[in-house]
Design a protein around this ligand. Structure first.
Ligand SMILES: [Fe+2]
Length: 343
């Protein structure tokens, strides 16, 4: 029986080609015991087709340490400083990250990048999603332009008909853009890509964020059925108002961490991938999606809670919440208007 589709392998090859994987290049394929086996196999087969030399590094999936299930944070604990794994990765110029959570915010990542390895985090998605959202040449230009614009901005304001009025003094905030591949030593990207985010400095986020029915909490992988109103003071969610399950789950989950930093603002930005679909969560079981597609839907406001190392805040709790139908202004100029990217 066939274990994968030809199109899935083509997608992996295409992503790696954009990462400039070269014949003979040593490539580490990082996995853990709970990684999606088909994606590990696809990565290795695609690397071999390109003439690269993959070596698989597989770690046992870490035991949970958090009081609640941790999902979709991008902060893998799988490496846990393992010297053997780090030596193998360090000996390779390209790392394909197939850990469940991904190493985007893993503590080991700065050292890995510092050694010059480029890292492609393959989101833990069904390969059908990866194929549909395979990066294409030209995806980079709009994201790079958005990064430039966000870096130059002093103030971000987010508003919506639902009642959002959020003010962020964005000046000096580190900014990152992801278009789905990396071809430069010492840089990281993720697939699917198509987002630009900033990590606001301490003491810069205030206002009200209304999560309307239809917005998405990606830790719960669920479209909200009723609105939830977040009051944000001095970077922290200080009030969670709303009736019903969505508000209750958010309150209970954040409370379970027993950590004020779980209520803090992590990153803010917007989605830019024209092929990412709003309704995508419905087409796979929860265990078959990591929801990266929803983060990238063009014109969303991507808000998140939890760790922000640039503001000196570290916690494992992390909500990524794409908010739709907002207007995002940088210094008074809209980059997203009523949920649509401004050209
Ligand atoms: Fe996030």
């Amino acid at each position: 029986m066939k274990s994968w589709e030809a199109g899935w392998q083509d997608a992996f090859e295409q992503a790696f080609r954009l990462c400039c994987v070269a014949p003979g290049e040593p490539v580490a394929v990082l996995a853990e015991s709970l990684s999606r086996p088909v994606n590990v196999a696809l990565a290795e087969a695609a690397l071999q087709r390109l003439g690269a030399r993959p070596v698989r590094v597989t770690l046992p999936s870490p035991r949970p340490t958090a009081p609640v299930p941790v999902r979709s944070t991008g902060a893998s604990r799988a490496i846990a400083g393992h010297p053997g794994a780090l030596a193998a990765i360090g000996a390779c110029s390209f790392l394909v990250d197939l850990t469940v959570e991904g190493v985007l915010h893993a503590p080991e990542l700065p050292a890995i990048l510092g050694g010059g390895t480029r890292v492609l985090m393959v989101s833990n998605e069904h390969p059908e999603t990866l194929e549909r959202l395979v990066p294409l040449e030209g995806d980079d230009a709009p994201v790079k332009a958005a990064v430039k614009r966000l870096r130059a901005a002093r103030r971000m304001r987010v508003s919506s008909a639902a009642g959002t009025a959020l003010d962020i003094a964005i000046e000096g905030a580190p900014v990152a853009g992801v278009w789905g591949w990396t071809d430069r030593p010492g840089t990281v990207a993720h697939w699917p890509g198509g987002v630009v985010v900033a990590f606001p400095r301490a003491g810069t986020v205030n206002g009200r964020l209304v999560l309307d029915a239809g917005d998405v909490n990606l830790s719960f992988k669920r479209y909200l059925e009723r609105p939830v109103v977040l009051t944000i003071e001095d970077d922290h969610v200080t009030r969670i108002e709303g009736e019903g399950a969505d508000a209750a789950m958010m309150r209970r989950h954040l409370e379970a961490w027993g950590d004020p930093l779980a209520y803090a603002v992590s990153h803010v930005g917007w989605g830019m991938n024209p092929r990412a679909r709003y309704e995508a969560l419905l087409f796979h079981d929860r265990s078959d999606t990591n929801g990266t597609e929803l983060r990238a839907v063009a014109g969303n406001f991507l808000f998140s809670t939890g760790a922000n190392e640039f503001a000196g805040r570290h916690t494992e709790g992390h909500f990524d919440i794409p908010v739709f139908n907002t207007t995002i202004e940088l210094d008074g100029e809209a980059v997203v208007r009523e949920g649509r990217l401004v050209a």
